[in-house]
Design a protein around this ligand. Structure first.
Ligand code: ADP
Length: 419
């Protein structure tokens, strides 16, 4: 089975979301944690999950290039650079610098940037990113602990990060379909642009954009725009029909949720879970000590574990409390403290017989997966859009890695009603 699509993702939940999209599109997909040092597994798509969203720019570029080299060496026909559907980044990067470096490495001069994911309420209109009915900078993302997004105009945001000029393929063009999108991209290339933000408000737009970028060496965006890519490979006669791409071994063990996300959706999910399951809300501000938080959580959980409903352990806090802890410790140290604590709690839960674990938060998931020594994930059935159950190797654990803002309010309960 030759490798068709080689993907690089800037965080773990994003990688899973992308792998999920490709599996649903009929590709076999394996997600690898970090740049592999051996040969890649056999699959139509390999997704290399990095933890570079908030890494120093130089590190993010170096790791992304190493991942790109591994994918190209394995024969990837196209490279996909996946970042968050809310375009999470600081003005220093990392989306622009990594994208520029990948373009150069692949010997290409132009790529699209399209984080739209309409199923999850992320749409782009005239270059502006909306989350549900709100502009990005009024969606709660302006309060994100690590990557506050204060500008919804993606042409402006990417222009501050990338070199070579950023253009726009506007809604009116995207509406006209593949031919019009291609013509507009050619016009932008002729005008000296290296990047194009592409409007998209429906899945039909994403499918058209996906088809339009078939000849591109590099495609960048959220998992939404990857929806159109499997069909390109089928059209080219490279991808045969596949059944049961999402089958996993049976679930076993106790059920648990750990949360380090402070996003609105996660706070709502914790709120709903309180009425249906034991919920522990840790207060990192009152106890700014990872070991003490871990001891508190693992003491509390004693006798509460069950197979038919989860225990929920959350370090999540309101924007005011997050700001207070950051003022006390610094932004990075506050994030690292909570990530370390949640990862160690997850490890303790697995040691106590938890076999199915939901992790809320992108950075948090990265920390948990590293702590558990997971090297790859097989993608299983979808719980809510963008969040599948996965089966972790080599631990034999069912994991659902949920990006903070993803999932319906009952996600933490719904997840465990899956067989
Ligand atoms: P999301 O997917 O919602 O963006 P992440 O896990 O990526 O969630 O990011 C949330 C960040 O906030 C993590 O670094 C986490 O450690 C940090 N965090 C969580 N709780 C708190 C808190 N109470 N105070 C400060 N930072 C926190």
């Amino acid at each position: 089975m030759p490798l068709l699509l080689g993907c690089i993702a800037d965080d773990f939940t994003g990688a899973t979301d992308l792998a999920n999209t490709l599996v649903r599109g009929g590709m076999t997909a394996v997600q690898i944690i970090g740049v592999p040092d051996g040969p890649l597994p056999e699959a139509d798509a390999v997704i290399i999950a990095l933890k570079t969203r908030t890494a120093p720019v130089g590190d993010a570029v170096a790791q992304s290039l190493a991942a790109c080299d591994a994918l190209v060496a394995a024969g990837a026909k196209q490279v996909f650079w996946k970042y968050c559907s809310t375009f999470d980044s600081t003005d220093a990067g990392n989306i622009g610098p990594v994208g520029d470096a990948l373009l150069k490495r692949l010997g290409s001069g132009f790529a699209v940037a399209c984080p739209a994911f309409p199923t999850n309420g992320r749409t782009i209109y005239l270059g502006h990113l909306f989350v549900g009915g709100a502009l990005l900078n009024e969606s709660g993302m302006e309060n994100h602990p690590l990557t506050p997004m204060t500008d919804a105009n993606l042409v402006r945001v990417l222009s501050r990060q990338a070199s070579g000029g950023v253009g726009l393929v506007p809604f009116g063009v995207v509406e006209q379909g593949v031919g019009a999108i291609r013509r507009e991209m050619t016009r932008l290339v002729d005008a000296g642009r290296r990047w194009a933000i592409v409007d998209a408000v429906t899945d039909a737009h994403l499918m058209a954009i996906g088809e339009a970028v078939a000849p591109h060496a590099l495609v960048t965006g959220g998992s939404g725009v990857a929806m159109g890519l499997p069909e390109n490979f089928r059209r080219a006669g490279l991808l045969p029909p596949r059944a049961d791409a999402d089958a996993l071994p049976p679930m076993r063990g106790f059920a648990a949720v750990v949360a380090g996300s402070c996003s609105r959706a996660t706070l709502g999910q914790i709120g709903l879970a309180r009425d249906h399951a034991p919920v522990l809300e840790l207060d990192a501000l009152a106890t700014p000590d990872a070991a003490a938080l871990v001891a508190q959580a693992l003491g509390w959980v004693d006798g509460k574990l069950a197979a038919d409903r989860p225990v929920v352990i959350a370090a999540s806090a309101t924007p005011e409390k997050v700001a207070a802890l950051q003022a006390k410790l610094g932004r990075e140290a506050a994030g690292a403290l909570v990530e370390d604590a949640v990862a160690a709690i997850a490890e303790g839960l697995v040691a106590r017989g938890v076999g199915r674990l939901v992790v809320a938060g992108g950075e948090t998931s990265g920390a948990v997966v590293q702590r558990l020594g997971v090297t790859s994930l097989r993608i299983g059935p979808e719980i809510d859009p963008g969040v599948p159950w996965t089966y972790a190797n080599p631990t034999g654990l069912h994991l659902a890695l949920k990006s903070g803002n993803f999932g319906a309010r009952d996600f933490f309960l719904k997840a465990f009603s899956h067989g």
